[in-house]
Design a protein around this ligand. Structure first.
Ligand code: HEC
Ligand code: HEC
Ligand code: HEC
Ligand code: HEC
Ligand code: HEC
Ligand code: HEC
Length: 450
């Protein structure tokens, strides 16, 4: 082969490589979108098991690409072919059903291309350190205060012991010199204070005024904070972590709090919802089997047989207990699981407005398009939920004064908005002024009070 030919071959190969590379780059971007929208709630692109298997290297596990595609499009249909690998997998995942997807071959191939690419760069592993939240900041302030108090105490002890040492030395000197030792000094503080106060009437007067006003102020602040539970963080019966579920596993709020866009209240998910995933996920990274078993005890899932108990509520509790005790193999853990047997999970309510106030999630989340984080903080960072906002009337009103209504997609508000613009003078809506919640009546008492 001549040098020229060799060069041309290299050149053609390079060209082909770069072309296919480009083609794939596009696929990968599309694949990433499709993956995040359809698959990420159950699969990782690494080999880590989630609700379904980790997808790293999945192509190698399937003989035929066509079968893999058919499986992804509709796994229930595919199982009917009796394919032994698929049947085994399905059984291994306790019969969890993967939903069917309306995806073309190309779209599925782009997802697979993204999965291959994604293994190198797992989006679920974040390398940036968590920024300090204000709470952590105030924690470190608290720590500083404790350190200072600690220092003060140590200094006091030091001063006292130094005092004792000098006294002992003085006594030693006196003993040598044949003098009497120093008397044990027990001062009459009260008596001395009274004589001192009698001599310094003005100082005492000013000090009393300061102290009395301080106490009154504290009382006033105390009264004003009655009924405010900002920061309230009760212990929950199961160590359920939003950080793990929302932050790490990227589960949408609405997956669990499914009524939040439809009704006034956001529901707390029932144990059935937990079981969508926890039939397969039986152990957690922090507590192993212990916490997840509480869900099983409540709902009646036999983690050894991988099936629900029959007539769970009518079973002999002792019989149930024996199953969980052998599954856990740990007396201490069993003690904690026992109260859940045949009982509903009793989550402790954190947020609670008084009965006379009306608040609707649907109105704020769906119509107003306010993010959950605005009112509840970064749940994705919370191991345990706490009340983030004060939930006072002033808090509601301030936001209504400042926040603009999302009128663009809402015919009624749009007309209202135009009406206000036409009647600028009457409604103090100057050009460019914000169309806030206040303008649609968000400060009227009757909107929030029955
Ligand atoms: C609701 C959860 C869920 C969703 C969403 C989901 N899967 Fe699955 N997937 C599973 C489970 C569970 C299995 C294990 C088999 C079974 O039980 O059906 C599985 C198995 C697979 C397998 C076989 C893995 C192997 O090791 O051979 C592939 C491939 C797959 N899923 C791809 C996808 C793709 C691509 C999407 C998105 C288009 C997707 N899945 C969406 C739950 C899900
Ligand atoms: C996997 C299910 C799940 C997901 C996903 C989830 N939550 Fe929760 N959430 C729960 C459970 C269970 C509780 C009750 C236990 C607790 O307080 O930790 C709860 C409690 C809460 C509470 C406190 C309720 C009260 O008692 O006042 C708020 C607020 C909340 N979630 C907001 C969110 C937001 C915002 C998101 C999304 C960023 C989210 N949750 C995602 C399951 C979930
Ligand atoms: C405008 C502020 C605001 C927004 C936005 C908001 N919440 Fe709430 N949330 C509240 C208030 C106020 C309460 C207390 C309601 C009560 O006691 O009636 C609450 C209570 C809850 C509760 C306890 C159950 C209940 O309804 O009382 C959950 C769970 C919850 N919110 C989840 C969410 C989720 C998930 C989102 C986002 C999809 C969200 N919230 C968005 C203000 C908000
Ligand atoms: C969409 C899937 C999904 C849902 C729904 C879900 N979980 Fe989880 N849960 C997971 C995954 C994934 C893990 C972590 C497994 C791992 O990282 O090893 C987990 C872990 C846990 C752990 C173990 C924590 C630890 O550190 O040991 C507990 C407890 C838990 N979940 C409780 C619940 C409860 C209670 C519910 C229902 C309110 C629920 N989960 C709903 C997917 C889910
Ligand atoms: C983060 C900002 C924010 C906070 C905090 C907030 N709201 Fe709102 N609120 C809105 C927005 C935006 C709308 C407009 C939604 C729409 O377009 O209908 C709204 C609308 C309302 C409405 C309907 C008003 C109308 O004229 O139809 C009521 C009632 C209401 N809020 C009650 C409350 C209560 C009660 C609280 C406090 C517990 C509260 N809101 C806290 C932003 C907020
Ligand atoms: C945007 C919603 C909103 C509007 C508008 C509103 N309130 Fe309130 N109000 C609340 C909420 C929420 C509370 C409960 C606050 C708490 O528990 O700290 C409350 C509490 C109160 C209380 C009880 C005080 C207390 O500390 O419990 C009174 C009285 C009251 N409001 C009167 C009014 C009057 C009068 C108006 C009209 C001028 C009005 N409110 C308008 C949301 C609103």
């Amino acid at each position: 082969m001549s040098n020229a030919m060799r060069m041309t071959r290299w050149f053609v190969m390079l060209l082909l490589l770069s072309l296919t590379g480009q083609g794939r780059a596009q696929d990968i971007a599309q694949g990433e979108q499709l993956f995040k929208a359809n698959c990420a709630r159950c699969h990782y692109v690494t080999d880590k098991r989630f609700v379904g298997p980790g997808l790293a290297g999945v192509r190698d596990r399937w003989d035929e690409e066509a079968n893999l595609i058919a499986w992804i499009r509709n796994s229930s249909d595919y199982l009917k072919t009796g394919d032994s690998y698929a049947t085994k997998l399905f059984e291994e995942y306790n019969g969890s059903v993967m939903p069917a997807f309306n995806l073309s071959d190309d779209e599925i191939l782009s997802i697979l291309a993204y999965v291959e690419e994604g293994v190198k760069e797992d989006p679920t592993i974040s390398t940036t350190p968590d920024p300090l939240t204000p709470e952590e900041n105030s924690d470190s302030n608290n720590t500083l205060t404790y350190i200072l108090i600690g220092f003060a105490i140590i200094l006091l002890i030091l001063a006292r012991s130094l005092n004792n040492v000098t006294k002992a030395l003085e006594n030693l000197r006196r003993e040598k010199a044949g003098e009497d030792p120093l008397p044990d000094f027990k001062p009459d503080y009260v008596g001395r204070f009274v004589t001192w106060a009698a001599k310094n009437k003005k100082v005492v007067g000013v000090a009393s005024i300061v102290i009395v006003s301080y106490l009154a102020y504290q009382g006033f602040v105390g009264l004003n904070t009655i009924g405010i539970y900002q920061g309230y963080q009760p212990a929950q019966p199961i160590k359920f972590s939003h950080k793990l579920h929302v932050g790490q596993n990227k589960i949408e709020c609405q997956y669990c709090h499914s009524t939040v866009e439809k009704s006034r209240h956001a529901n707390i998910p029932s144990a059935n919802v937990c079981m969508n995933c926890h039939k397969a996920v039986q152990e957690g990274p922090q507590y192993g089997k212990n916490e997840i078993t509480k869900i099983y005890a409540s709902i009646g899932w036999n983690p050894e047989k991988l099936a629900y108990f029959e007539n769970y509520q009518q079973m002999d509790p002792e019989e149930v207990k024996a199953v969980f005790a052998s599954y856990l193999g740990d007396d201490k853990a069993m003690k904690e699981v026992e109260p859940f047997i045949q009982k509903p999970i009793e989550w402790v309510q954190i947020h609670k407005l008084p009965d006379h106030a009306f608040f609707s999630h649907a109105q704020h989340v769906k119509v107003g398009k306010v993010e959950c984080t605005t009112c509840h903080g970064e749940l994705a960072e919370m191991e345990e939920v706490y009340q983030y906002a004060p939930l006072t009337m002033g808090w509601c009103i301030n936001c209504h004064r400042e926040t603009e209504v999302q009128y663009a997609s809402n015919g009624y508000y749009e007309r209202l908005h135009d009406y206000y613009k036409e009647h600028k003078g009457e409604y103090e809506m100057r050009e460019g002024q914000a169309f806030t919640v206040e303008k649609i009546g968000g400060l009227e008492c009757s909107k929030c009070h029955y």
